[in-house]
Design a protein around this ligand. Sequence first.
Ligand code: PLP
Length: 281
Amino acid sequence: RIAYVNGQYVPHGSAQIHVEDRGYQFADSVYEVCLVVDGKFWDIDGHLARLRRSLSELDIEMPMPESALRIVMENVRKRNHLKSALIYMQVSRGVAPRNHLFAKGLVPSVVMTAKRFDLDQSDEKAAKGISIISQPDIRWGRTDIKTTGLLANAMAKNAAHEVGAAEALLVRDGFVTECSSSNAWIITKDGVLVTHPKDHKILGGITRATAFECAQELQLSVIERPFTLNEVFAAREVFLTSASSIVMPVVTVNGRQIGDGAPGPITIRLREAYKAKARAL
Ligand code: PLP
């Protein structure tokens, strides 16, 4: 495997970043995970717009023009001999003697890696549906910025894993925000899709945005509003969205069955619609 590190393509096993990189010491860095489907970047404009926004919120310079980032992403994909891939891209503020203050004029560090991906790879999981558990959302107040400060997310996911669940549904002030690495949706008894508004409390998922479009194309009604755990238990269907799992049906939450305990028909339609859209690129 080949990784890109600050202008060079190097063997993955020996790819390195400086010990005083601020990404390492302060999680002073942002990232994106982008899908390539059959050689074509999927939702790339959305990912690059979100990267630009994350960097700008943290006052980190874009490390290179978007056009150059696209070329590097494409090179990383090709050098890893992948047609469909997940590209991981991380940009940190750069290397400086450890100090909370941001030094001026730092050169951002850029890392990219690629791994195999297939739109169908989560099909088996989706056919069964996943079990999730709720966890308190103890993350900081700017989860809209896609920083690598993911410890609270990682702790929540590990807590889920320990009890055999696949994801953690995060609850803040009585409302569900999202999951540890995906956005959360419910479908009410009236057939309305509900997901948390895109604000400072959630990461505005690119898959969330595209699933939103797919839902509208399927003439489903969608509203963005916070919802409670009780609404989750009472929902007809529950599903999650993320670049790597696309649209993933949830069948139990805290051990309680959702609907009839099988992946819901609307969720399945949405997953199919999403895949068809990605393949039609
Ligand atoms: N929410 C969180 C906390 C995430 O980490 C992710 C993705 O990693 C998402 C939502 C889904 O975002 P996307 O659809 O852009 O992958």
